[in-house]
Write a protein of this length. Structure first.
Length: 255
């Protein structure tokens, strides 16, 4: 147990040593949480996960607002702060839980491309859709504080974001699981680096104006106009109309 705790600490302080072949042969999880040293190392690991995720989220939103055409002096730092908090929770803490869960499921498995592919499928096609929905809902709620807009956001952009994610993130997952099958910090760094562009896109999508529905469209001025007060429209009669009126009049037949 002490050796596992030391390797976890090395993965945070000296990643080159922790990523050596000798270190990767040791299973870093699960840990005995009754051990004070292991518990402290776990807290440090969670802190590093959260810090890395917060920095990546901040950079993604800064790039997103730059691509939206906002100069730095008009940058919305409140939006960036909220995106950082969401990234810390949904990318940091939940990412740690996901990678730990996957590592536990495949504990003792051989380090082959088949196993790495199975880990990628579990992460991206089972766990990631749930996390992405929660992240999108949290970002929208932090902006509007409305459950109605949260549901509208999910209906409008969730499927699109998932499809784009499937085109980008599985490659990063497969690389991380293949190169560092048991090093959680290395897996996080690789997946976040590969998915940096996707996180920038995700920020743009989640802050995109929602499409207006018929219920949201303002009523036109004529919609509630009182038709009884309308003045009759005077139309100039044509020559044929005048002739028919003349023939049907009594004056025409009396002459």
């Amino acid at each position: 147990m002490k050796m596992e705790a030391e390797l976890l600490y090395l993965s945070l302080v000296e990643p080159d040593v922790a990523m050596s072949p000798e270190a990767l042969e040791v299973d870093l999880l699960p840990m005995d949480f009754t051990d004070d040293e292991s518990g402290l190392t776990l807290l440090v690991l969670l802190g590093r996960f959260s810090l890395i995720s917060a920095l990546f989220s901040m950079g993604s939103d800064v790039c997103a607002q730059s691509l939206e055409g906002k100069p730095l002096r008009e940058h919305n730092w409140s939006r960036t702060g909220k995106y950082m908090v969401t990234g810390t929770v949904f990318v940091g803490l939940t990412q740690f839980a996901r990678l730990s869960f996957i590592d536990k499921i495949f504990q003792g498995s051989s380090h082959t491309i088949t196993v790495a592919l199975e880990k990628t499928i579990l992460n991206q096609f089972v766990l990631a859709p749930i996390v992405n929905a929660g992240a999108m809902a949290a970002i929208e709620f932090s902006q509007t504080y409305s459950t109605a807009t949260v549901m509208a956001r999910l209906r409008a952009n969730y499927c699109e974001a998932q499809i784009v994610g499937y085109a980008v993130k599985p490659l990063g997952n497969l690389t991380a699981f293949l190169l560092f099958p048991s090093n959680l910090v290395a897996q996080l760094v690789i997946t976040r680096t590969v998915a940096f562009g996707y996180n920038t896109y995700f920020s743009i999508v989640t802050h995109r104006p929602l499409p207006e529905t018929e219920e949201d469209e303002p009523c036109s001025q004529n919609q509630f106009e009182d038709t009884s007060k309308r003045k009759p429209v005077h139309e100039e009669p044509s020559s044929c109309t005048g002739f028919r009126l003349l023939v049907s009049s009594n004056w025409f037949w009396e002459q």
